[in-house]
Design a protein around this ligand. Sequence first.
Ligand code: GLU
Length: 484
Amino acid sequence: MAPIRTRFAPSPTGFLHLGNVRTALFAWLAARSTGGSFVLRIEDTDQGRYVPESEAAILETLQWLELTWDEGPEVGGPQGPYIQSLRLDLYAEHARRLVESGAAYWCTCAPERLTEMRLEQQRLHQPPRYDRRCLSRQDQVAAERESGMPAVLRLRMPAGTTEWDDVIHGLIRYDNADIDDQVLLKSDGFPTYHLAVVVDDHLMGISHVIRSDEWIPSTPKHLAIYAALGWEAPRFCHAPNVLDESRQKLSKRRGARTVLEYAELGYLPEALINAMALLGWSSGTEQEVFSREELIAAFSLERVQSSPAVFDAHRLDSLNGLHIRRMDGEALVAALEFHLPETSIETRRRLVPLLRERMITLRDAVALAEPLLGPAPWDPDVVFPPRKVDPETTGALLDVAVAEVEARGLDDLEAMRLRLTELLESRGVKARDGFRVLYIAILGHPSGLPVFDAMAFIGVEKSAERLRMARQELDRRRSSPPAG
Ligand code: GLU
């Protein structure tokens, strides 16, 4: 496959969610899997929708996911600047060329007239289209502009049909009569997306435009601009939308989390990348869990489906758990620092073997490790002693456990487990039920981390102390049983 030179061109109008970044990921994978290049360009010509922090958040999101860009903000490159508001001269120059060749024309129609026209079109169930009133009076329009009247530049959509072979959708064809004369320059002189995207994709040497489906209806306009400027158009690859569980487009408004929120919740970049890759792409095999390298090796745009993909939060959870288990030990120790900021690296090294198998997200470490790092939380709602264990057995079990820990420490936990099991058996209590007593004593809760491992972690003194405290709690509850 020839190297693909592609780009991700977000507008800084909000924060990136999995739907937006999935498109960036496809572009990044297309570049990396063909030894091509990946350009990042910030499309900030719509000043009205500009959200200042979002530009920094876009960079942070891609950096956190390690979707590295070869050219773009911060890294620079030969076709810079990579921020559209810094390239206004280029758009003005190409707009001039379009006017000179007759491919674009000025329009001074007042917004009120345009609104009226649209309402009328709506009433007649016609598609919204500019009626080209100004096209036939360009001399007058020139004089009006001269006298300071605001004007926009419009593309003169040529007659005929437009078609292209979309890498993902196959042949797409439009009747140009259905396509409006797109505004290319606004009255403030700023280009619209349509002009800027074509100029930049061409000047930046983009071979494949990979973007979301919603841009399909704009593509005929872009192809008309390419043709008018005498440029060869890139290949277009319109990736399917990502829908939420209610089959609506994933959107911040409907509660989609941003990627940076997932980061804070303890999702791994590797898991998000894996989950996003499966939103519209499949390897054609049964494989579901992919490392970044495996994705690069397996990815191709041809295997991206054209129908929408549905984001499944449970699948992401299960992938996150799997990637945590696959993670290098020291990397996991480092990643947990954010969630357990008070712990030393040594403590986290001891925690990792206990927690690794039991986490869905890194954040789960907080609750799992709580009874190991602080005092065991005695939940007043925990039924103690557990229902299936009589109080005498509970008392005897705790007494034996305390005696064992005091006499022999924690060096032979297996021996302790056997002795406690024997005791339970001799009293006709199932080991599974009896050990709940120990869980509650050591962890404050009838389940959670393996209880003997937890004892080994907290050490002899704390183990003995918690077992004794549980013994006292038993006596206390027996002398004043909880109401109800
Ligand atoms: N700035 C556009 C957006 O954020 C990019 C569309 C494209 O990739 O051409 O959706």
